[in-house]
Write a protein that binds this ligand. Structure first.
Ligand code: HEM
Length: 347
């Protein structure tokens, strides 16, 4: 499956308070449908996908909440992952034959009332240009995997600072809901670490696009983003460890408290320095990581991890703790990893 269009994140979507409230509803809904066991990947997929559909396809507020939409969203989320994995092994799946996912997409994405969506998208899965997957794939497929890994790191690996990281993300989403102010994204919380540092660390250790390919006049080039992110330049002496605190010592002179949280020059200098060291999770091309909408992808990860972590509270624990590697060893990065991982309700 290849994406055929170039989309940009709609700047109107900068209504973080509404996004946050919607994400909370999606998590509650998922947990209500669950019994005493939940699948972590499915929870991350469901919340990320439903939120992504809501902001990418205006006018779907009603269709997203119709009877049957819970199952439809699960079908779409799961099948995208299966198709992606299958596409790397053989090419026998053809999109035209994926009737189940077509029907699920149409059911949740076709607006029940006329929307003000002025884009040329027909939202028809069989129309090359209007296929909703052109929008959903880049937005959702990357996001849910880093969200799940960040959640596992802060909540379920027994990290010494895990509770502090969860609190920092909780403060971030509480602040979004209270006043819509997003400055706490960069503000140092406990131990000087910010919500942005946690997201940076998740994207450093688990960049969803691990390798990218570019064609130049001189020939094809392949860049191994994951390898670069795990080098000593960014990863210091413990490149394989999830440790958001490391970002405090990278360009410290451009970070609060040395500069004001909203110092734009310092923000740019810090970003340039991090890029020079090889940090490029969005590969300079993704609209969620550049230009006017640069902050979108980063904040979305913090929001989703914060909301899911908060929704789980302390009611759930890993069903099989042994399924995760020893702390200090990174979680597996491949798409199949942890799709069976479950949480059980504490008794
Ligand atoms: C975890 C968050 C995300 C990461 C790490 C990420 C990463 C990337 C990367 C590395 C590329 C370049 C791929 C290549 O050139 O081979 C890319 C492209 C793209 N991303 Fe993202 N992305 C994220 C979220 C999003 C979101 C939320 C959207 C939309 C709402 C989005 C839309 C796109 C689009 C449309 C492209 C293609 C751009 C082009 O080819 O010009 N991404 N993304």
């Amino acid at each position: 499956m290849k994406t055929a269009v170039n989309i940009s994140v709609d700047p109107k979507v900068e209504n973080w308070e509404m996004l946050c409230a919607a994400a909370k509803r999606h998590v509650e809904e998922f947990l209500q449908q669950a019994g005493n066991i939940i699948n972590v990947a499915e929870l991350s997929q469901y919340t990320t996908l439903k939120l992504s559909i809501g902001y990418l396809f205006p006018g779907t507020e009603n269709t997203l909440n119709k009877v049957g939409s819970f199952q439809n969203i699960q079908i779409i989320g799961k099948r995208i992952n299966e198709l992606w994995i299958a596409s790397k092994k053989d090419d026998s799946n053809t999109w035209e034959n994926e009737l189940l996912i077509h029907e699920a997409l149409k059911a949740v994405i076709t607006p029940s009332v006329a929307s003000d969506d002025t884009s040329s998208s027909t939202r028809d899965p069989l129309d090359r240009k209007g296929n909703p997957m052109n929008f959903l794939l880049p937005a959702y497929e990357t996001m849910w995997r880093v969200v799940m890994r960040c959640l596992l790191e802060i909540r379920y690996r027994g990290a010494e600072n895990g509770q502090a990281w969860s609190r920092i993300l909780r403060d971030y989403i509480d602040n979004l809901q209270d006043s819509g102010v997003v400055s706490t994204f960069r503000s140092p919380g406990q131990n000087g670490t910010s919500a942005l540092d946690i997201v940076k660390e998740a994207l450093r250790l688990y960049p969803p696009s691990r390798r990218i390919h570019r064609e130049f006049d001189s020939g094809a080039q392949r860049i191994d983003i994951e390898k670069i992110h795990r080098s000593k330049l960014l990863g210091q002496d413990d490149p394989l460890v999830f440790r958001p605190e490391r970002w405090q010592s990278i360009g410290a002179e451009f970070r609060p408290p040395q500069v004001a949280v909203d110092d734009e020059v310092a923000k740019t200098r810090l970003r340039e320095l991090e890029e020079e060291l090889g940090f490029m999770p969005f590969a300079f091309r993704c609209p969620a990581g550049k230009g006017e909408t640069r902050g979108f992808g980063w904040k979305m990860i913090a929001l989703l991890v914060g909301v899911i972590s908060d929704g789980l509270d302390s009611d759930w624990e890993l069903k099989n703790g042994g399924a995760l590697p020893q702390i200090g060893t990174p979680l597996a990065s491949d798409r199949e990893a942890y799709t069976d991982l479950e949480l059980k309700r504490r008794t």
